[in-house]
Ligand binder design. Sequence first.
Ligand SMILES: NC(=O)C1=CN([C@@H]2O[C@H](COP(=O)(O)OP(=O)(O)OC[C@H]3O[C@@H](n4cnc5c(N)ncnc54)[C@H](OP(=O)(O)O)[C@@H]3O)[C@@H](O)[C@H]2O)C=CC1
Ligand SMILES: O=C(O)CCCC(=O)O
Length: 486
Amino acid sequence: MKLSRKNLLQTQSYIDGQWWGAEHNRKFSVFNPFDGSLITKVADLGEKETESAIEAATRAFPAWSRKTAGERSDILRRWYELIMENVDDLALILTTEQGKPLEEAKGEIRYGASFIEWFAEEGKRAYGDVIPGHGTDKRITVIKQPIGVVAAITPWNFPNAMITRKVAPALAVGCTVVIKPAQDTPLSALALAVLAEEAGIPPGVLNILTTNQAKEVGATLTKSKEVRKLSFTGSTAVGKELMRQCSGTVKKLSLELGGNAPFIVFDDADIEGAVAGAMASKYRNGGQTCVCANRFFVQAGVYDRFVEALTAEVKKLKPGDGRQKNIDIGPLINVSGLEKVERIVGDAVSKGAVATTGGNRSEAGDLFYQPTVLTGVDNTMAVSEEEIFGPVAPIFRFETEEEVIAMANDTPFGLAAYFYGRDYALIWRVAEALEYGMVGINTGMISTAVAPFGGVKESGFGREGSKYGLEEYLVTKYMCWGGVER
Ligand SMILES: NC(=O)C1=CN([C@@H]2O[C@H](COP(=O)(O)OP(=O)(O)OC[C@H]3O[C@@H](n4cnc5c(N)ncnc54)[C@H](OP(=O)(O)O)[C@@H]3O)[C@@H](O)[C@H]2O)C=CC1
Ligand SMILES: O=C(O)CCCC(=O)O
C-alpha cells in the first residue's frame, strides 16, 4: 500500500496509549475483498486483553471527565484536523480493506471527521436545568454527567465513520471508550488511533481491540461492571444477543441494527430526481448500508418509466478495483455477503421475478455481484423481508397511498424510509404514517452529523449525531436542595 505516512498502517491493537500484541502473538489475516489478496496480519486479542483495555479506560476516566468541555474540545478539534490532513491515506487504507471506490472512501473519511468536528463543539452544550421547587424550602437542579466507560462494537461497512460517530460524542462529554472494530476492517480503526494519539488524546481514553473472537470479546465487554454503556451497529441478530448479555449489568444501550428501507415513488413525483435518489440510496457502498433502499414501491402510472430509467442508470455502473479511477462499485465484503445476495435474487427469480439488468455474479472479481434491478417481485419472496445488503433493487408496483403505506410498514424493521412526490398534503400524511426513525422526502441521502440517525422497532433505538446523539453518553442527575427558606 503506497501511503504518504507509512505509520498509519498499524497491525497491533491500541490499549492504554500502547501498541499491543496478543498473547502468544496470535494474529488474524486481513484481505482485500477486491482480489482476496492478503493485506496484513493483525493482533488477535482475547478476553485477557479486553479486560486490560477496560481497566485502562476505567483508570483514564476520572482525569478525562474532569477536564473542561473546552479542553476536550481542543483535543478533538486537533484530531479532526489531523484526519482531514490525511484523507488520502485514510481513504486508501479503507478502500483496500473494504472495497468501496476511493472517492467514496474519501467521502466517508470526511463524513467520519464531521462527527468529531461537530461533537467537539456540542460537548460544550451538555446543559443541565434549574426547576422550580415543589416546596417553598426546596430548589431543584439537574446536571448531566458522562456515563463512564463505553464499549463500541462497529461493523465493516463504514470502518471509519461508524467509529467516529460513537467515539466523538462519548469523548466530548468525558467518557472513555473501548472499541471493537469488525474483523474484516480493523486497519481503518487503528489508523484513527495513530491520529488520536498525535492529537493528544491521553492513554486509556481511546482503546482499540482488534480480534477475530467477537463472541468472546463481546461477552467480556457486556459482562463488565465497569462498562456502563454499549453502542452497537450491526445485524439485528447480534444486537439482540448483546442486549440479552447487557441485561446482567443493566447497561445503557444504543443499537443501530438492520433495516428494510422502502423507497416510494408516487405518480406525481419528479422521476428524474427519484432515479437519482434511488441510485444514491441503493448503490452507495455496493448496497451495503443499513439505510440503503431495500424495497422500491412505484405507483402504477409511472412504474414502467421509472423501471426503464433506473435500469438505464444501473447499466452504466462500472464495477472494479476501488483503488482505480472511474470505478463506481466495489465487491461485496466477503463470501457470506455474496452468497446472501445470490440466495435472495435466486429465490425471487425462482418465484417469477425478472432481472431487467444484472441477476448474476459479476466477472469483475470473485466477490462481485452485478448491479441488478428486479421487476415482478411480490411479498412471497425473501427480497421483501430480508436486508439484501447488496446492489439489488426489487421494484414492487402499487395503486393507492393506503396500500403502499401498509406494504412499507409491513416489516419488523424501522430504520430509514424514502419517498418522492409533490403534493404537500400527501407528503405530510405519508411522512407521518411511515413507521421509521428517518424519512427522506424527495432525497435519497439523509446522513449527516447534524441530524439524529437511528431507528424504531427491530432496527434498534438510540440516536447518533446531533444534540440527541450527545444524550446517549450522559446520565441525568437531579439534586434536591432542602432548607432554602426565603
Ligand atoms: N446496521 C448495519 O449497519 C449493519 C447491518 N449488517 C447486517 O448484518 C448482516 C451480517 O453482517 P455481519 O458483518 O455478519 O454483522 P454482525 O452483526 O455480525 O457484525 C457487526 C459487528 O458485531 C461483531 N459481532 C459479531 N458477533 C458478535 C458477538 N456475538 N458478540 C459481539 N460482537 C459480535 C462483529 O465482529 P466480527 O466482524 O469480528 O464478526 C462486528 O464488529 C449484513 O448482511 C447486514 O444485513 C451488517 C453490518 C452493518
Ligand atoms: O450502515 C450503517 O449502519 C451506516 C449508515 C451510514 C450512514 O449513512 O451514516
